[in-house]
Ligand binder design. Structure first.
Ligand code: MG
Length: 124
């Protein structure tokens, strides 16, 4: 099986951590975007099996991106994992209301990323 995962985060360090964890799953290929606008562009021109989306980003934040994805046709099935900041419970609630399937709270552990990705990709 091949899986394609979109990582949308303005922090290169976070993108690297997420990508590093995801690459432990066989058959995963990764596409990165540095803000919501770039993420939207990629998600509408390619097909993904999972999207990991940060909330706080310049240009277009994660909440707006999740909203855009969920209002886009044929994309209500795309699993979305939102990356939230510790203590930002309102953002987390809003992301889930908008249609995110799951959340991870910073600081994110590689093992958590792996577990949540496996759940959506492989069904483990
Ligand atoms: Mg950020």
């Amino acid at each position: 099986m091949n899986y394609k995962v979109l990582i949308v985060d303005d922090s290169p360090t976070m993108r690297q951590l997420l990508a590093f964890s995801l690459k432990r799953i066989r058959g995963v290929s990764i596409v990165e975007a540095k803000d919501g606008m770039e993420g939207l562009k990629k998600v509408t021109t390619d097909t993904f099996d999972l999207a990991l989306i940060d909330i706080n980003m310049p240009v277009m934040d994660g909440l707006k991106l999740i909203h855009m994805i969920r209002t886009e046709e044929n994309m209500d099935e795309l699993p979305i994992v939102v990356i939230t900041t510790e203590g930002a419970d309102a953002d987390k609630e809003r992301a889930l209301e908008l249609g995110a399937n799951e959340y991870l709270t910073k600081p994110v552990q590689g093992s958590e990323v792996l577990a949540v990705a496996k759940k959506f990709l492989v069904g483990l």
